[in-house]
Design a protein around this ligand. Structure first.
Ligand code: DQA
Length: 144
């Protein structure tokens, strides 16, 4: 069975209670369950992780490179300024692995600082604005 890592950056562990008008009322635990069941349906082995630490997120991307694992990444606020995360993401896609950048909200419809993603330029593709369904769509793409 093909493996996929779903990685989530800072504050996404608070999903459900954090600005539900923007991010929805599905909790992080519910998201993990949804991705597990979507993976089972698609024949993917899905592991979902969240961290508030940039270093930990980069370490997980290095691990994905070493293991040859495709990644769904919601970099959260790191999206907008972390060149270190971008460089780690580039190792995946330049090495022939796929990395799909996802967002619950549509950052382009929000504050100006969210309009820039330093990750998109090295991602395989970007899915944004569909709530937790952004992740489901990314898994479907990786399964296809
Ligand atoms: C986000 C959008 C980012 O701008 C924000 O910092 C997040 C979540 C999203 O999923 O919509 O934390 O990545």
């Amino acid at each position: 069975m093909r493996s996929v890592l779903v990685l989530n950056g800072p504050n996404l562990g608070r999903l459900g209670s954090r600005e539900p008008d923007i991010y929805g009322s599905v909790s992080y635990a519910d998201l993990v369950e949804l991705l597990d069941s979507t993976g089972a349906e698609l024949g993917l082995s899905v592991e979902t992780r969240q961290t508030d630490s940039e270093a930990e997120l980069i370490g997980w991307l290095h691990g994905a490179v070493d293991a040859g694992t495709d990644v769904v990444l919601n970099p959260a606020a790191f999206t907008h300024y972390s060149y270190a995360l971008r460089d780690a993401a580039a190792m995946l896609t330049k090495g022939g692995l796929r990395l799909i950048e996802v967002h619950l909200s549509n950052p382009h419809a929000r504050e100006e600082f969210r309009h820039t993603s330093v990750i998109s330029g090295v991602a395989t593709g970007v899915i944004a604005g569909f709530g937790v369904n952004s992740y489901v769509l990314a898994l479907r793409q990786l399964a296809s």
